[in-house]
Design a protein around this ligand. Structure first.
Ligand code: C5P
Length: 222
């Protein structure tokens, strides 16, 4: 498929927002691959599976009952696990941390690969955000973006996001979490967080969302 835009980068960089706006602008589908890893982590936790038990992890990955539902007249996407709305718990730092630990396991990544690639079926185009969209899952995508920002700026953005969701956090703790998660995601053996060789890298530290969207839109038009 020709119409795939991948948006990768570290946590808190704003990938989700950029991906959602780009999908709306282009009329393409959206894949939030982090939500898949987060939902998977919740399922593993709920079933009390030991993360060393690779057979059980593979089994859950293959049978995961996960659905995304976009609310009408809203940009919010609700996520359902086994028919239950898990959208709120999905976005917590604790779930992100669990997802990051589980996402470093090879059998988990390969079992979730096809599920992610299927999002590119039966759609005019796909915007996919995550850590390895441009390097692994959609390595043949024609449009690849890698977003970066200083860890301090990303911690600030995460705090704002938490506040918008009606919760809050302590900036020093959020900064420590963001740094630890990126370190784990970048140093893992399986699909580490890194830009694809042919990705367009944007340092968003000093940029507004609109400025980032403008740069990404220019890339897709070209
Ligand atoms: O993007 P988000 O913060 O929702 O991702 C949660 C975790 O899932 C990340 O820290 C990362 O470890 C993992 N992940 C991944 N590959 C992706 C997307 C997310 O390993 N494509």
């Amino acid at each position: 498929m020709n119409n795939i835009l991948t948006i990768d980068g570290p946590s808190g960089v704003g990938k989700g927002t950029v991906a959602r706006v780009m999908a709306q602008k282009l009329g393409w589908s959206l894949l939030d691959s982090g939500a898949i890893y987060r939902t998977f982590a919740l399922a593993v936790d709920a079933r009390g599976i030991n993360i060393g038990d690779e057979d059980a992890l593979e089994d859950i990955a293959q049978t995961l009952d996960l659905t995304f539902k976009t609310e009408e007249d809203s940009e919010l996407v609700s996520v359902f696990l086994d028919g239950k709305d898990v959208s709120k718990i999905l976005r917590t730092e604790q779930t992100g941390e669990m997802a990051s630990k589980i996402a470093s396991i090879g059998v988990v990544r390969s079992a979730l690969l096809k599920r992610q690639q299927d999002f590119a079926q039966n759609t005019p185009g796909l915007v996919a955000d995550g850590r390895d969209m441009g390097t692994v899952v959609f390595f043949e995508a024609p449009f690849k973006v890698f977003l970066t920002a200083s860890s301090k700026e990303r911690a600030q953005r995460r705090l704002k996001q938490l506040q918008a969701q009606g919760t809050t956090g302590i900036i020093s703790q959020i900064l420590a979490d963001v740094v630890a998660r990126d370190e784990r995601d970048s140093s893992r053996k399986n699909s580490p967080l890194k830009p694809a060789k042919d990705a367009f890298i944007i340092d968003t530290t000093e940029l507004s969302i609109d400025e980032v969207i403008a740069q990404v839109s220019k890339l897709v038009k070209q």
